[in-house]
Structures are given as structure tokens and as C-alpha cells.
Design a binder for this molecule. Sequence first.
Ligand SMILES: NC(=O)c1ccc[n+]([C@@H]2O[C@H](COP(=O)([O-])OP(=O)(O)OC[C@H]3O[C@@H](n4cnc5c(N)ncnc54)[C@H](O)[C@@H]3O)[C@@H](O)[C@H]2O)c1
Length: 338
Amino acid sequence: MTTRADRLRVGVIGLGVGEQHIAGYRSRAACDVTMLCDLSDDKVTMAREKYPHTHVTQRPEDVLDNPDIDVVSIASYDDGHHEQAVRALRNGKHVFVEKPLCLHEHEAREIRMLLSANPRLRLSSNLILRMCPRFRLLRQMIRNGDFGRLFYLEGDYNYGRLHKLTQGWRGRLPFYSVTYGGGVHMVDLLLWLADAPVTEVAAQGNRVASAGSGFRYNDFAVALLRFEGGVIGKVAANFGCVCPHFHRLTVYGTEATFENGPESGLLYRSREAAVAPERITAAYPGVQKGDLIGSFVDSILKGEPAEVTTEHVFRAMSVCFAIEKAVQASAPVAVEYL
Ligand SMILES: NC(=O)c1ccc[n+]([C@@H]2O[C@H](COP(=O)([O-])OP(=O)(O)OC[C@H]3O[C@@H](n4cnc5c(N)ncnc54)[C@H](O)[C@@H]3O)[C@@H](O)[C@H]2O)c1
């Protein structure tokens, strides 16, 4: 591979949310998005018109095997991530991969092994809620001690788009997990806010909301998480909810409680009903899906830690794998960190 230390040549695979990856790389002067790939004829036609100075292909291997590509951004369907990440890493490329990193624990182990064998390579994943201004402020307040000691965090990924399971590609995959596909965002958020690993999970799931649709997997899963140090968390991946897309987040500490709302967050500093909560008006969600790309690029070019490091990706996925196992077993499962 011909690597230039000061510039990165990028290939993006999958042009749905992948288009937002393109925007993320384009916001960095050191990046040239030189190749785009999508299986669909329509997307290829669109890409040729919209991005005339890139090479557009329908064959992922043209990107993954190209010695003139330094970074591969993977935004294909969930079941394409593992194979594409492995091939890119084997070919010495840095990888930014949409969540979920992969769909099976053995796949994650293989990716881990390839990264260990080549520590120069960077891998990150689009766990984008960390870039939400309101959640960043919340984290800063937790760090500043405003919440006292945390004891309970609750995060519901209310998807509000059931049709994407019942009519879209998610329902056509050989395997789909709402925990990997959506819950992972809340798992990462809670890990990031609590700043402690999860040691054990208990979980249940069902498929009431999508019953009769032909969707074969749970459309709902909820997990209780025990964090090291005693904090308890609850994460739900709720794909059937009748409400708009929303990240329900509540954080309880000994000195304050935060509750996210669509317009503003509420910060309670008193148990008295007469004391009104403060309104936290920092933007929510307030992010574009390419907003993590800049820090990923800096992690490659400047050696700085990315906002979402490889460790963070594996940590969140390890908890998600444990949740999926706990749902299947209907029994608590210890988290095994990959
Ligand atoms: N981080 C986030 O918040 C976020 C948001 C949306 C989607 N995603 C993830 O991004 C991925 C794509 O989702 P989407 O919403 O963009 O879907 P989409 O259907 O809008 O777009 C996906 C595109 O990828 C193409 N594609 C699929 N498999 C391919 C392959 N093997 N090689 C090349 N192209 C392929 C499809 O033709 C399609 O055009 C999924 O893994 C999803 O979970 C993440």
C-alpha cells in the first residue's frame, strides 16, 4: 500500500448514510474521497452525477483491494460490515464502519485479531450520540460533580420506524438484532456517561409490534446492566414504538436528575415539587451522521485518540453481544470483553 502521511485517500461503500460519511471526509482538507461503491444501479447513477471527480463502482472489492485507498468507510447493510472490514484491514487500510461493527462474536474476534496484528491501523464506528451537544454538556456536568454519585441511567432507543424492519432491508437479512442495530447507540452512550464497564446483563425481548409482518426477529429488547462500582443501567431497543424517533435518556445521581425531552432536557436539583427544573437547551440531536469522521481522521494523521476509539467500539459490542445472549437464554449473562 502506498501511504502518504499527510493525505488520506478514502473509499466509501454504501451510499445511504454513506453520503454523510462523504460530507464528513470532505470537511477535512487532508482527505480526498476518490472512490464510491454501491450495489444499486440507481445509487451508482446518482453518485456519478453528484460526485463527478470520484471513481464509482458496483464492486466493493474494487475499493477494498485498491492499493491507492488508505481509508475505507463502510456503510453497507449490517451483514456486509464484517467481510468488508476484514478485507480492508487485511489490505492495510484504516476502517470507519457503521454500527454495528458486525453481527457475530466470532466476527468481532477476527477483526480484533487483525487490528492486534497491525496496531498502526485505526478502526472506529459511527456511535454518533457522543457528538450530541446536549449529551456532551450532560457528560461534562457529570464529570464536574453536579450529579453527585450516579446510581441509575436509563436509555431507550425509540426507533419510531417500524416499517424499516417490516418493509426494508433489515427484515431481509439472514439475521437482524435491534440491540446491535439501535440499542448499541444507547449502550455506548451509557458506557460513556457512566465511565465504567458493564459486568453483567439481564434481558428480555419480544416481537409483538411486528407480529404478522413476516419480520422474524425481536422488534423489542430491554436489558438491565450492572456497571462496575454498582451503577445500574437500563437500555431498550424499541423499534415498534408509536412515537417519533427519540433517544429517551434519564440519569439519576445523588444530587441531580436529568431527563431528555424533544425540545429541552430537564435538570432537577431538588425533590421539592415547588422547585422548577432547569431547562437544558443545548441542541438535541444537533448532529450530522458524518460528525465523528473528523476525529477519526485526526486519529490517523495526528495519532490523537478518536472520539470513538477501537476500544470503545469493542466495549459497546461486547455488551450488546451479552444482551443478545441474555435475551436468547432468558437468564443473566456476564459480559465477556473482546
Ligand atoms: N450511525 C447511525 O446513526 C446510522 C444511521 C443510519 C444507518 N446506519 C447504518 O448504516 C448502514 C446503512 O444503512 P442506511 O440507512 O444507509 O441504508 P440505505 O438502504 O439507505 O443505504 C445502504 C446502501 O448500501 C448499499 N449496499 C448494501 N450492501 C452493500 C454492499 N455489500 N456493497 C455495496 N453497497 C451495498 C445499498 O445498495 C444502499 O444503497 C447500516 O449498517 C445501518 O445500521 C447508521
